[in-house]
Design a protein around this ligand. Structure first.
Ligand code: HEM
Ligand SMILES: [Cu+2]
Length: 756
């Protein structure tokens, strides 16, 4: 099949359906006049309207409008790169290269990578930043509105330059029946680049295709655009904050945009220089990357010194969105704000210190290699800090399973798998095994798909009421979110696994034994594609048809004190425009406040030492009562012969003492009096059941299963049933004794405090 025609066709179809949907809904949303034919005046009016709209969007410097331009541009690029991905996976349905040629396949993964990394993610995040950052920090606009617009308008030509090969090729195919080959030679030589998105020398120097030069110029232009945008963000955050926004109260998304912009400032100029050197090598005979000059490895050093930070430039804004959105749907404030900020800064710095982990297999100096391995493993620490803070934020929260929440939770899951598999890759021997395999593709897609688009979509839902004044279809969105998580998990864990078995990546042809797994991955990718289309349909259709937002606090954020600045802006606007009254929450609940003092187990507030001693005292008392009650049950079991007292000896053996049943029984009592009650106290809030009484039963049931296995000495038949029953009942007696004692002590404590 002809790749270029398929791709242009798919894009055209996509654009046409969005346009059609838009026009139809727009028509039906407007008031129906006589239903007759449009008059000439009406048509002229429409055209005039269109012209003024066009003029406005082409010249706007308003941060919100520039933001929307960025988001729309990035979305279009993302869909384009997504079409590439779908075509890649389609080729891999069968082991031979029978759907597209290997050459086409190479072009596909090259353009897919470049489009996604450069023209999709960054523009969308810059768009979100443009729209919301000034609102979040209380600024009127970005610091340099015109530079802002300029930064955006460099991007469309950059994308067109980078991917001109496709259009030129299609043009050539359309022209070739009409014109002689000679006259349209230009159209027939240019084709999409197929040297890989990393543009490794010497291939990128030697490839004759002039599209490589256009791509390099396009990339350079996009680098200029990105740097302009980053400078604007930095200056805006430094100088345009409202008076009451300090570094300690700057919201987490703005922090992430700040660090991201800092990375851009250091990384992109370097890419620009490397690109110029490559252009010179290609066209003017310099030898920067030739063997007799700097050598091909020089390109890799320069490229990855940009390339690795770039990955964090993409990833940090996504974590910023996650840290912003997640707390809103669990009703608790972000846990560990400070540590999230520090980990963001840490990631920013470290991301420059790990570039050579992409070069472990190139034969660089072993000493250098080892230090990069150490740095790469260390970078897992700040990432893990973020994960722990997100999990802790959710812990015991009041979760609302809206689409943004589902996507945020899904992001955490896929990020954990993607991150942990990355730690393995940082280890040199493992990397040498897996470097060129699908393991790597699975690992990084779990992150680039599993958190970046997830959080973009989550943000689009979260702020949709603010952006449009309407609701999207919430049921469809929930379904779409689950579908997206499902598809991504299926696709990329499958790739991880077949990579683990050694399937090389970047190959159109693969051994037939991988066919089934590869087909599973492809079906998963189609599910992702479907989910993306459902999202697009939802946000486009709801723009005209969604329910109008009635409340000035659509997410009920005031109830937990999380009504942030941008929503306040929204409320003010709604009040002004529609004369609404500001929303009053039905009930107000303090969001968990990490700065507050910890509550002691007995309900009081005190120092850590007080809390520990009080808890320990209570635990010992409860444990003693519980153990005595439990001994009754176990004693009965021994008496009727379903429990062998000798098995107590094994406890003693386990801790390295002589296998005497007596010592074992003593240990058993100590454990019952000290260890388990403390565990119980530590976890009681998280065990199901609000009442201590139920909680005790659940706790006892949980630990009894371990003891059933541990004390089993070959009973069978009725004896086995009796044995299991007695162990469980004895533990219930224990759990009840424990919780009743706790309840008693707690009540006494409270009574004493009230008297005193
Ligand atoms: C829509 C879901 C996606 C699917 C199904 C998909 C699939 C693929 C496939 C099959 C490859 C080629 C692997 C190979 O032959 O080695 C690939 C490569 C790549 N993808 Fe994706 N991708 C998706 C989304 C993304 C996103 C969102 C990004 C970036 C933000 C991205 C970045 C890349 C990069 C950089 C490469 C190049 C890897 C290389 O150089 O071999 N992909 N993707
Ligand atoms: Cu890296």
């Amino acid at each position: 099949m002809n790749r270029a025609l398929v791709e242009v066709g798919a894009l055209g179809l996509l654009a046409a359906s969005v346009l059609l949907l838009w026009l139809r809904l727009r028509r039906s949303a407007g008031p129906q006049s006589d239903g007759g034919y449009p008059t000439r005046e009406r048509i002229r009016f429409e055209l005039e309207h269109l012209r003024s709209q066009l003029g406005r969007w082409l010249t706007t410097t308003d941060h919100r409008e520039v933001g929307i331009l960025y988001i729309v541009f990035g979305t279009v690029a993302g869909l384009w790169g997504g079409v590439d991905a779908m075509m890649l996976r389609t080729e891999l349905l069968t082991p031979p290269a029978d759907i597209w040629t290997p050459e086409t396949y190479n072009a596909l993964f090259t353009t897919h990578g470049i489009t996604m990394l450069i023209f999709f993610v960054l523009p969308v995040f810059f768009g979100v930043g443009n729209y919301f950052l000034p609102l979040l920090i209380g600024a009127d606009d970005m610091a340099f509105p015109r530079v802002n617009a300029l930064g955006f308008w460099l991007l469309p030509p950059a994308l067109l330059l980078a991917r001109a090969g496709l259009f030129v090729q299609v043009g050539g195919q359309l022209l070739s029946p009409v014109f002689p080959q000679e006259t349209i030679r230009f159209f027939l030589t240019l084709r999409e680049v197929s040297v890989g998105w990393t543009l490794y020398a010497p291939l990128s120097v030697q490839t004759a295709n002039p599209q490589v030069d256009l791509l390099l110029i396009g990339l350079h232009l996009s680098g200029v655009a990105t740097t302009l945008g980053a400078i604007n963000f930095i200056v805006t955050i430094l100088y345009e904050r409202a008076e009451d926004v300090t570094w300690a109260t700057l919201d987490i998304f703005s922090w992430n945009m700040l660090v991201t912009s800092g990375l851009v400032l250091f990384a992109f100029p370097l890419l620009g220089s490397a690109i110029l050197m490559l252009l010179l090598d290609r066209n003017f005979g310099t030898t920067f990357f030739a063997v007799e000059g700097g050598g091909p490895i020089l390109w890799q050093h320069l490229f990855w010194f940009w390339g690795h930070p770039e990955v964090y430039i993409l990833f940090l804004p996504a974590t910023g969105l996650l840290s912003t959105i997640l707390p809103k749907f669990v009703g608790r404030r972000l846990f560990g704000y400070k540590f999230i900020v520090y980990s963001t800064l840490g990631l920013g710095v470290l991301s420059f210190a790990v570039w050579a982990h992409h070069m472990f297999t190139t034969g660089i100096d072993p000493g250098v290699r080892a230090s990069f391995m150490a740095n790469s493993i260390v970078i897992a620490v700040p990432s893990a800090i973020k994960v722990f803070n997100w999990l802790t934020t959710m812990w015991d929260g009041d979760i609302r399973t809206t689409a943004p929440f589902i996507l945020a939770a899904g992001s955490i899951g896929t990020f954990i798998v993607g991150g942990v598999t990355g730690v393995f890759l940082a280890v040199i021997p493992v990397d040498i095994l897996y470097h060129g395999t699908y393991y790597v593709v699975g690992h990084f897609h779990l992150i680039v798909v599993g958190i970046i688009p997830f959080m973009m979509i989550a943000a689009s839902y979260y702020w949709y009421p603010l952006l449009t004044g309407r609701w999207y279809d919430r049921r469809l969105a929930q379904f779409q979110s689950v579908l997206l998580i499902f598809g991504s998990t299926v696709t990329f864990t499958t790739l991880l696994i077949i990579g683990g078995f050694g399937l090389p990546r970047r190959q159109a042809i693969y051994p037939p034994e991988y066919q089934f797994a590869s087909q599973i991955a492809t079906v998963g990718a189609y599910v992702i594609g479907l989910a993306a289309l459902l999202w697009l349909y939802n946000v486009v259709a709801s723009y005209w048809r969604g329910d109008p937002v009635q409340s000035t606090d659509p997410w009920d954020l005031k109830a937990t004190g999380q009504f942030t600045r941008e929503w306040q802006w929204f409320e003010d606007r709604m009040v002004e425009k529609y004369d609404l009254t500001p929303a009053q929450p039905a009930s107000v609940r303090p969001a968990y406040d990490p700065e507050g003092e910890p509550a002691g187990a007995l309900g009081g507030v005190g120092s850590v030492a007080e809390t520990v001693s009080r808890n320990a005292g209570m635990a010992a008392a409860g444990g003693f009562v519980g153990t005595v009650l439990m001994s009754g049950g176990l004693g009965t079991a021994i008496l009727i012969g379903v429990l062998d007292p000798a098995s107590f000896g094994e406890i003693a053996e386990l801790v390295g003492l002589p296998a005497s049943p007596l010592i074992g029984a003593a240990l058993f009592l100590v454990g019952g009096t000290v260890t388990w009650p403390l565990v119980f106290l530590a976890f009681q809030e998280y065990l199901p059941g609000r009442l201590l009484f139920e909680t005790g039963l659940v706790f006892a049931t949980l630990i009894s299963t371990g003891f059933v296995v541990a004390f089993y000495t070959g009973q069978s038949g009725l004896a086995l049933i009796g044995y299991v029953a007695f162990v469980v009942v004895a533990h219930w007696a224990y759990g009840l004794g424990l919780s009743v004692t706790f309840q008693y002590l707690r009540r006494r404590q409270r009574a004493r405090r009230e008297v005193g």
